[in-house]
Design a protein around this ligand. Structure first.
Ligand code: PEP
Ligand code: MN
Length: 250
C-alpha cells in the first residue's frame, strides 16, 4: 500500500473541483495545507455533463497543479479522462479515475501498468461488486496502490446530488485490504451538508476524505454549490479529529 495512504493515518485530500488559475490553486493549496490536508486535489481534465460547460485547463491545469505542489510540498491528485492523456500525468502523484470512467476497462488496465497510486471513484450506478471488480482490473496488472472512494450513488431522491452510501465504507474494509475514503462533496452536492457527512464518514472508519475547497465558491468554474471555504475546511479538520477520537479510531 502506498505511503500516502498509510493505514495508521487519516488522509485528508482537499482542493478545488477544477484548477482555474495559478493564484487560485496555489492560494487554496497553502490554505488547505495549513488546515491539515496531506494531498492537494484539482481537476485539469473535467468530465462535464454539458459540452458547453468549462472542460478544465487540461495540460495547463496539470502544470499549475505541479506548481502548487512545488510551492507547498503537497502531493497532487488529479483525474485522467482518457488513455491519450497519460504522458501528461508523469509527475502527478496520484491518478484519479472518476465515477464516469469506473468501468472504462482499457483505462483501468493502462493505469494498472503504472507504478503510482490510483484513486478509484465508485461509479454513480455501480454495485459494490462492480466497484471491487474495477479495482481488480488495476490490481491484476500489477499495481497494488489502489484507493477506493465512495462518492455517492444515484437514487430516487434528487434533493441531494447523490446519496452518500456510508454503509459501504466498513463493508469495503471488510471485503478488501485497500484504503477506503469518502467524498462528501460529490456525495451531497451541497456545501452545508459536507461537514456533517464528512464527520459521519470519519466515524465509520474511513481511511480519509476527499473534499472540494474553493476560496470563492460563488464564482467557481465548476461545482461551486458543493465547495466549502478554506476556513470551513480548517474548522472541519478539527472536528474530524474529535469524532475519530470519540469513535475509538485514534
Ligand atoms: C471529481 O472528483 O472532480 C469528480 C468529477 O468526481 P466524480 O468522478 O466522483 O463525479
Ligand atoms: Mn467536482
Amino acid at each position: 500500500m502506498t505511503a500516502l495512504f498509510d493505514q495508521n493515518r487519516f488522509t485528508l485530500i482537499a482542493g478545488p473541483c477544477s484548477v482555474e488559475s495559478e493564484e487560485q490553486i496555489t492560494g487554496i493549496a497553502r490554505a488547505v495545507k495549513a488546515a491539515g490536508a496531506m494531498l492537494l486535489r484539482g481537476g485539469a481534465f473535467k468530465p462535464r455533463t454539458s459540452p458547453y460547460d468549462f472542460q478544465g485547463l487540461k495540460e495547463e491545469g496539470i502544470r499549475l497543479l505541479l506548481l502548487a505542489k512545488a510551492e507547498t510540498g503537497l502531493p497532487v491528485v488529479t483525474e485522467i479522462t482518457g488513455v491519450r492523456e497519460l504522458p501528461l500525468f508523469e509527475k502527478v502523484d496520484v491518478i484519479q479515475i472518476g465515477s464516469r470512467n469506473m468501468q472504462n476497462f482499457e483505462l483501468l488496465k493502462e493505469v494498472g501498468r503504472l507504478g503510482k497510486p490510483v484513486l478509484l471513484k465508485r461509479g454513480m450506478a455501480a454495485t459494490l461488486r462492480e466497484f471491487l471488480m474495477s479495482a481488480e482490473y488495476i490490481l491484476a496488472e500489477g499495481n497494488e496502490d489502489v484507493i477506493l472512494c465512495e462518492r455517492g450513488i444515484r437514487t430516487f431522491d434528487d434533493y441531494t446530488r447523490n446519496t452518500l452510501d456510508l454503509a459501504v465504507i466498513p463493508l469495503l474494509k471488510e471485503l478488501s485490504h485497500l484504503p477506503v475514503i469518502a467524498d462528501p462533496s460529490h456525495g451531497t452536492g451541497l456545501a452545508r451538508l459536507v461537514p456533517p457527512m464528512a464527520l459521519a464518514a470519519a466515524a465509520t472508519g474511513a481511511d480519509g476524505l476527499m473534499i472540494e475547497v474553493h476560496n470563492d465558491p460563488a464564482h467557481a468554474l465548476s461545482d461551486g454549490e458543493q465547495a466549502i471555504t478554506p476556513e470551513e475546511f480548517a474548522r472541519l479538520t478539527e472536528r474530524i479529529r474529535g469524532v475519530r477520537k470519540a469513535a475509538g479510531l485514534l
